[in-house]
Design a protein around this ligand. Sequence first.
Ligand code: SF4
Length: 269
Amino acid sequence: MNPIELYKKLPKKNCNQCKQKTCMPFALSVIKGEAELSECPHLTNKEIELLKGSITKSDWREKLILSLKQEVRNINFRDIAEGIGAELKEDNSLAIKCIGRTFIISPDGEVTTHGHITPWMKILLLHYIRMAGKGNLSGKWVSYSELKGGMVKAFSFQRDCEEPLKELIDRDFVQTEKIFIRLGAERHKGFPTDNAWCLYLLPKLPIMILYWPREEEFESKLKIIFDSTADRFLDAESIIFLVEGLVKNVEVNSKFADRNEVIEGNTFN
Ligand code: SF4
């Protein structure tokens, strides 16, 4: 079934309850494996089951997940849990907190959480486990370009992570700070701006968000810095993806600003 065929079977209410603008992008996301049919509240369980049977997802990410799972199966979680800051459960699975949500990874690499989980989230978490970083955080903050492999991707990091986050804070400082706090961020002192929030995106991957509001002729500015050990736990490219996940999360939560809870939409598309 292709996206058009799936679209024809959807309720076509274009109501946005699946967090997609209309039913068409939703159909596309389902075929690409980025959304689940159950995210459309207008489909009955029976309809979902019927549709599932005729959808063939051709997603290379599924293949990547399979190969990461194979690698993770060969890792003894007991050996790496402490190093990556994960909690080892009685059944030998790992509990890992990522951008305010707890994920469970079973010894055979299955990733679950209470809510929707995209292929990208699975890839990121399996990769974090596979890197099996260890050691204490240094407490020394460095820029993205100072991390291993960061220099060549510094422009992408600024464009895809720092700029959009700055725009969200520019748009609504109070609301964005509330979302940071809900995700577990804490304000810190001792930085060149009073607006400094430390947020753990993964147990061993804290970031410090530094924001300077607009002042007279000076434009607002935002910088994200990392503990100097960050590249032991994730490579530079995955770090971009992780921070992009934060930006998307803040975006989604800004749209539901009146709710007093963290919305768990497609953090990673
Ligand atoms: S929730 Fe269902 S009906 Fe509404 S836009 Fe999404 S797919 Fe369409």
